[in-house]
Design a protein. Structure first.
Length: 272
């Protein structure tokens, strides 16, 4: 039976952080994706908490953490995470990150290399690959009010027009509107600032064991992100997992937990 999760909050320099925590042993820090919060990790944590100390924060501006009116950046999220772990006196950790959380995990490890035992990534943002520029422009366009009005108008004509693509765009637009901080970090900053925080030139210095998990059903653009990290980071290994949908974490938590467990145990053996 999974151990009960503890919820906690702490006041940091830029705002209050909420997190979920459970277990003892090696610490694994879980960083959620752009459109999620720490609840994304609950099924996985339930499978690992008997062996490890699991900690999953809501990133600053997300979930139940405070959403201060400041300029958001990857550097800000890294500083917030570092202050949080320092306040909890966690000096050596494994970091697991998906999507935006993967970008923050890798950026944190680059800055605090000696405090990171290893990294597990799933479709991490933060590198420039084919199709990312088009995605950036589409997201900015979808947020425009006039675009929302046009899509809704077209959707009312669904009986005479093909509407699946329109419905999908409306859903994407609503996701963007519901996630203002994710949009601020990924799409609403100047391209020069975004490029300055991307990691394609820095990953060669990320000399820590990295496990990149990829589902068989992952979308092509996510696979490109995975492969970029695998090629650029010197100790990265890409592992493909069987999956029944594009959401590996939601549908295959047992398989993901098994992969993370094997990765952490291998690290423990190598440390002696």
């Amino acid at each position: 039976m999974p151990l009960p999760l503890r919820n906690a909050r702490i006041r940091l320099t830029q705002g209050q952080i909420f997190w979920r925590e459970v277990g003892q042993g090696d610490t694994i820090v879980f960083l959620h994706g752009a459109w999620e919060d720490s609840s994304q990790w609950v099924p996985l944590i339930g499978r690992l908490s008997a062996q490890y100390h699991c900690l999953a924060p809501d990133l600053l501006g997300f979930g139940e953490s405070e959403q201060p009116n400041i300029h958001y950046s990857i550097g800000l999220e890294v500083a917030s995470l570092a202050e949080h772990l320092d306040a909890l006196k966690l000096r050596r950790v494994y970091v697991v990150g998906v999507s935006l959380g993967g970008w923050i995990a890798a950026s944190y490890a680059l800055k605090y290399l000696e405090q990171v035992e290893g990294i597990v990534l799933l479709a991490p943002e933060g590198v420039q690959v084919e199709g990312m520029g088009r995605r950036w422009w589409q997201a900015r366009l979808l947020k425009q009010p006039i675009v929302g009005w046009v899509l809704r108008s077209l959707y009312t004509l669904r009986k005479i027009l093909p509407y699946r693509a329109i419905e999908r765009l409306l859903q994407q637009r609503q996701q963007l509107l519901n996630s203002p901080i994710a949009c601020a970090l990924l799409f609403q900053r100047r391209r020069t600032e975004l490029r300055s925080e991307q990691l394609q030139e820095q990953l060669k210095w990320l000399k820590r064991p990295i496990l990149i998990l990829q589902g068989e059903q992952d979308q092509a653009d996510l696979k490109r992100l995975n492969h970029a990290y695998a090629q650029l980071a010197p100790q990265a290994r890409l592992q493909q997992l069987p999956s029944t949908s594009m959401d590996l974490l939601a549908t295959q938590p047992d398989i993901v937990a098994q992969a993370i467990r094997a990765f952490v145990e291998k690290g423990r053996e190598e440390r002696g």
